[in-house]
Design a protein around this ligand. Structure first.
Ligand code: 5GP
Length: 206
């Protein structure tokens, strides 16, 4: 069987569902998986590094990249712009690497519109109240910001049916969610439509 282009995995869901932690754990397990670093106009948090967590851009530079078609999708979220740089994703997929990204829900749907073949995974906490607890625990947002993020989260939950998979991030058991994500990544590889037609024909006639 011939390996085709890489697969695009989009992990989305409300802020506080655990996207960052789970995707990081998944990347440790799958070193060949490429991570698409987003661009943002938000200020860096204390532990965040340029080019690793985000490309931190001024609004003017972000808008220039937008105008020049350098972003695959972009969204305003809570007063800041976030977007996926196009070049890295397109090149990695063409080279046969799988790519993972974690935009908010509207961004995920925009990626699906641009790449119908993308696999959309909706990450949810086992209880909605856990979102608030996690946002409080990470101490990176003010109470006002947390309230806004929870309001957005309520809106985001409405789009769940447009996704391909749901993964529940159970409180206290993130390992299970990481295993579930890994299972999805593995299973997607074996879907019939991912194989080039001539290799299916070879199997048929063997
Ligand atoms: P945070 O400020 O917590 O890092 O991110 C806020 C929200 O923006 C999260 O839901 C995160 O998934 C989303 N986000 C991060 N990068 C991108 C991106 O490239 N595009 C879109 N549409 N959303 C993003």
């Amino acid at each position: 069987m011939v390996a085709g282009p890489g697969l695009l995995f989009v992990v989305s869901g409300p802020s506080g569902a655990g996207k960052d932690t789970l995707v990081e754990a998944l990347r440790e397990r799958l070193p060949r998986l490429r991570y698409s670093v987003s661009a943002t106009t938000r200020q860096p948090r204390e532990n965040e590094r340029e080019g690793e967590h985000y490309f931190f851009l001024s609004r003017a530079e972000f808008e220039r990249r937008m105008r020049d078609g350098e972003l695959l999708e972009r969204r305003e979220y809570n007063g800041n712009l976030y977007g996926t740089p196009r070049g890295y994703v397109v090149q990695s997929l063409a080279e046969g690497y799988d790519v993972i990204m974690k935009p908010e829900v509207n961004g995920a749907l925009a990626v699906k519109a641009a790449y119908p073949d993308a696999v959309l995974i909706f990450l949810v906490p086992d209880r909605f109240t856990h979102l608030r607890e996690r946002l409080l625990a990470r101490r990176t947002e003010t109470n006002e910001e947390i309230a806004r993020r929870l309001e957005i989260a309520h809106q985001e939950m409405k789009f769940i049916r447009s996704f391909d998979y749901i993964v529940v991030n159970e409180q206290g058991n993130p390992e299970q969610a990481v295993r579930d994500l890994q299972a999805i990544l593995q299973a997607e590889r074996f879907r019939i439509h991912r194989y080039p037609d001539d290799s299916i024909r070879r199997v048929e006639s063997s």
